[in-house]
Design a protein around this ligand. Structure first.
Ligand code: HEM
Length: 249
C-alpha cells in the first residue's frame, strides 16, 4: 500500500500532468489561460486573488527551498529564534492564502453571473485547493515546527522521486495527516492540465514577453445596435493606444 501511495500515485500524477499538458498545448493552445473574470467582478477579486496568490506562492517557495538548498535551509533554522519567526510567519502566510481562497470561492457563490460562468472543473479545482490548504494548516498546527522536521520527513522522499530512486522510509514513518497532505498534493498535478490551474505554469513565463493587449468596451453599440466602431475609431481619443495601433498597421 505504501508503495502505491508514495511511489505509484506521485509518478502517475506527474505522467498525467506532463502528457495532459503537452496534449492540451498541441490541441487547444488558446485555452491555456487563467480565464480571468476581472471584467465581471473586480473588488472581491482584488482581495481574494492578491491574498491567495501571495500566500500560495510563498508557501510553495517554502516547500521547494529545502529541496533545492537543504544546507542553507537547515542553517537558517538552526537558531531557535529564527525557527520561531519562520513558524509564526508561516502561519500568517497560510492564513492569508486561506482567506484569499475563501474570498474567491464566496465571490463565485454570491454572484449570479460568476456562478453561471463557473464550470464543474472550476469547482473541483477550488475544492481540492481548499482541501490542500486546510490539511496543510491542520498539519502545521498539530505537528509544530514543520520548518525543522519537513527537511527530514518529506525532502528525502521527494528528492528520491526526482532522482528516480524512490525511498519511502521517511514519509512512511510520518503520522497519517502528514501523509494525506503529501499525497493529496499530487491531485493538483492531475488537475493542472484539465483546469484553469494550467495558468500556474504558463503565466509567469508568457507574461514576460507577451504582446500588449488592448481591450475595448463597446457599450454604446450594444445598446443602440449601431455598428461597432473600428479599433482605430475607438482609440482616437487615446493617443498612446492609437500610436500602438499605427505602429502595428
Ligand atoms: C506566478 C504565478 C501565478 C500567476 C502570475 C497567476 C495569475 C493569475 C491570474 C491573472 C488569475 C486570474 C484572476 C482573474 O482575473 O480572474 C489567476 C487565477 C487563479 N489562480 Fe493563479 N497565478 C499564479 C499561480 C497560481 C498557483 C500556483 C495557483 C494554485 C496553486 C493558482 C491558482 C489560481 C486559481 C484557483 C485562480 C482562479 C481564481 C478564481 O477566479 O476563482 N495560481 N491567477
Amino acid at each position: 500500500m505504501n508503495e502505491f501511495l508514495f511511489i505509484g500515485i506521485p509518478y502517475l500524477a506527474v505522467a498525467v500532468c506532463v502528457i495532459g499538458t503537452i496534449v492540451r498545448f498541441r490541441g487547444d493552445r488558446f485555452s491555456i489561460t487563467s480565464h480571468s473574470t476581472q471584467f465581471i467582478e473586480n473588488r472581491w477579486l482584488f482581495w481574494g486573488s492578491n491574498s491567495w496568490h501571495w500566500g500560495i506562492l510563498l508557501i510553495l517557495a517554502a516547500h521547494v527551498a529545502p529541496m533545492i538548498a537543504p544546507g542553507w535551509w537547515q542553517s537558517l533554522l538552526g537558531e531557535p529564534t529564527r525557527l520561531y519567526i519562520l513558524e509564526v510567519t508561516g502561519y500568517g502566510i497560510a492564513f492569508l492564502a486561506a482567506f484569499g481562497l475563501g474570498v474567491l470561492i464566496l465571490r463565485r457563490l454570491l454572484s449570479e453571473s460568476l456562478l453561471a460562468l463557473t464550470s464543474r472543473a472550476d469547482w473541483l479545482l477550488l475544492v481540492v485547493l481548499a482541501f490542500q490548504v486546510a490539511t496543510g494548516i491542520w498539519v502545521a498546527v498539530a505537528y509544530r515546527w514543520g520548518g525543522a522536521w519537513y527537511p527530514d520527513a518529506a525532502v528525502p522522499w521527494l528528492r528520491s522521486l526526482v532522482t528516480l530512486q524512490p525511498d519511502i522510509a521517511a514519509i512512511a514513518a510520518m503520522p497519517w495527516p502528514v501523509q494525506l497532505h503529501a499525497v493529496s498534493g499530487f491531485a493538483l498535478l492531475v488537475l493542472l492540465p484539465y483546469t484553469r490551474l494550467i495558468h500556474a505554469i504558463t503565466y509567469p513565463v508568457a507574461y514576460l514577453w507577451r504582446p500588449y493587449q488592448l481591450v475595448l468596451w463597446n457599450r454604446r453599440a450594444g445598446r443602440t445596435h449601431e455598428p461597432a466602431p473600428s479599433a482605430r475609431q475607438a482609440t482616437a481619443a487615446r493617443p498612446a493606444a492609437r500610436a500602438q495601433l499605427d505602429e502595428r498597421s
